[in-house]
Design a protein around this ligand. Structure first.
Ligand SMILES: C[S@@+](CC[C@H](N)C(=O)[O-])C[C@H]1O[C@@H](n2cnc3c(N)ncnc32)[C@H](O)[C@@H]1O
Length: 375
C-alpha cells in the first residue's frame, strides 16, 4: 500500500461510512460498505487512489460511473439511479433486502477490476448539490430586495456552477411553486411555522461567476457523468435534481463560468471583473468545511478586504462545527440538531459588519427553517 490510510484505517472508514449511510437512508451503500470493510481485495483497490481520495466515495463513484456509462452487469438492477438513467423504471430496482448488493458489488469489481482501478487512481470525488438552492434562492432574494441595483454573485467552491442557476429553478415549499417554470423542481419542507415564509422574488442578476479548485465543465460529457456518479444510488431525488440541472446548464449557450482557482486567493481578482454598480454577493455552500480554521479566517479577511472598497453581502451555508474560523451567530430559538447554518454578513466600507443567521437547513436542502433578515 502507498502512504495514506492503512488497511485498518480504510476498513474503519468503510464501517463509519456504512453507519452514516444507514442513518441517511442509503441502505444499499450501507450494506456494500459493511462488506467492503472486511474485504482485503476491495480495500486494496481503494488503496490505489491518491492519498487525499482514499475514501469509500471514490470506489463507490467509480462503480456507479461504469454502470451509468453502460456497462452491463447484474449490479445495475440494484441501483435505481442507473435504471432511471437507462430510461427503465427505477421503482423496479431490487430492494437491498431482496438481493445482496455487496455480493453483486464485489463480483462487479472482480469482473471490471482494471477499469475500476483506473478510475480510482485518476479521479477525485466531486459533488454539486442543487437542493441547497432551496436556501440560496431566498437568501439572495432577501438581499436583492434590500438594494436598488441588480446583484452580482460569486460562488466560492461552485463545482459545476449549478447553484449559480438558482433563478432558473422552480421551488416547492409546500404551498405551490415559486421561482421560475423549470424542468428542475426542488422540494423543501418548511419548518418552524411561526416564522415568515422565505422570500421568493426573483432577483435581477447582473453577473454570476464561480471559483473552484476543481471546476466541473458541464459541457464535457465525461466530467458531467462523473459528477452524477458521485451521487448515491439510494438518493434518486438528488440524482434526478442534479441530472436535470446539468441538462439545463448544458442546454444553455452561456452556462455559468466556473474559474479554476482558490476561494481565498482569487476572490479579489475575480470580484474586480464584476460590474462595480451591481450589489456584490459572495456565496459559498459546504466549501469552507474543506478549509483549515486558519484558511477560514483568511477567507473572512479576504471578504473584509473586498468590503473595504464596495458593499458586500456574504452569504454562506455551512455546518457550524466545521467552520470555527467563520462568524457564526447562534441559532435563533435554540439549537437545531444537525443543521447547516445559513449566515448573512453585510459589510460596507467604514461600517461595522452586520451578522445574521438567516436560516437553518438540511445539508442537502430537504428542509428549511427560515428566520429571515429581521428587517
Ligand atoms: C462539497 S462541494 C460543494 C459544492 C457546491 N458549493 C455545492 O454546495 O453543491 C465543495 C467544493 O468546494 C471546492 N473547494 C474546496 N476547497 C476550495 C478552495 N480552497 N478554493 C476553491 N474551491 C474549493 C471543491 O472543489 C468542491 O467543488
Amino acid at each position: 500500500m502507498r502512504d495514506g490510510p492503512g488497511a485498518d484505517d480504510l476498513a474503519d472508514q468503510f464501517r463509519r461510512f456504512a453507519a452514516g449511510a444507514g442513518r441517511d437512508g442509503a441502505t444499499r451503500y450501507a450494506r456494500i460498505c459493511e462488506g467492503v470493510a472486511s474485504d482485503e481485495t476491495l480495500l486494496e483497490l481503494v488503496a490505489g487512489a491518491p492519498p487525499d481520495q482514499r475514501r469509500p466515495n471514490i470506489l463507490l463513484a467509480a462503480v456507479h460511473f461504469l454502470l451509468l456509462s453502460g456497462v452491463d452487469d447484474p449490479l445495475a438492477a440494484c441501483y435505481p439511479t442507473v435504471l432511471a438513467w437507462r430510461d427503465e423504471d427505477p421503482g423496479s430496482a431490487r430492494p437491498p433486502g431482496a438481493a445482496d448488493p455487496f455480493a453483486l458489488f464485489a463480483a462487479f469489481c472482480s469482473r471490471h477490476r482494471r477499469a475500476v482501478a483506473q478510475l480510482v487512481a485518476t479521479r477525485a470525488t466531486q459533488t454539486n448539490e442543487v437542493g441547497r438552492c432551496t436556501a440560496i434562492f431566498p437568501a439572495l432574494s432577501a438581499v436583492a430586495s434590500r438594494v436598488d441595483t441588480p446583484i452580482a454573485v460569486v460562488d466560492l467552491g461552485a463545482s459545476a456552477g449549478l447553484n449559480l442557476l438558482f433563478d432558473r429553478y422552480a421551488y416547492d415549499y409546500g404551498d405551490g411553486l415559486v421561482g421560475t417554470a423549470s424542468p428542475v423542481v426542488l422540494r423543501c419542507e418548511l419548518r418552524g411555522g411561526a416564522h415568515r415564509p422565505p422570500p421568493a422574488e426573483l432577483p435581477a442578476v447582473a453577473a454570476r461567476v464561480g471559483i473552484d479548485r476543481r471546476p466541473v465543465d458541464v459541457r464535457d460529457d465525461d466530467q458531467a457523468l462523473w459528477l452524477l456518479a458521485c451521487q448515491w444510488p439510494d438518493h434518486l431525488d438528488r440524482f434526478e435534481g442534479a441530472s436535470r440541472a446539468l441538462s439545463l446548464a448544458r442546454s444553455m449557450s452561456d452556462p455559468p463560468v466556473v474559474r479554476r482557482g482558490d476561494a481565498v486567493e482569487d476572490l479579489a481578482p475575480v470580484v474586480a471583473t464584476l460590474p462595480a454598480d451591481a450589489h456584490l454577493c459572495v456565496l459559498h455552500s459546504w466549501m469552507a468545511a474543506y478549509l483549515t480554521t486558519q484558511e477560514q479566517r483568511a477567507l473572512a479577511d479576504a471578504v473584509s478586504h473586498v468590503a473595504s472598497t464596495r458593499p458586500v453581502s456574504w452569504i454562506f451555508a455551512e455546518a457550524p462545527y466545521e467552520v470555527p474560523g467563520l462568524p457564526m451567530p447562534p441559532a435563533r430559538g435554540g439549537k437545531v440538531r444537525g443543521a447547516t447554518a445559513v449566515v448573512l454578513v453585510d459589510q460596507a466600507p467604514g461600517l461595522e459588519p452586520g451578522v445574521r443567521r438567516l436560516a437553518d437547513m438540511h445539508a442537502h436542502g430537504r428542509w428549511l427553517h427560515w428566520y429571515g433578515t429581521g428587517d
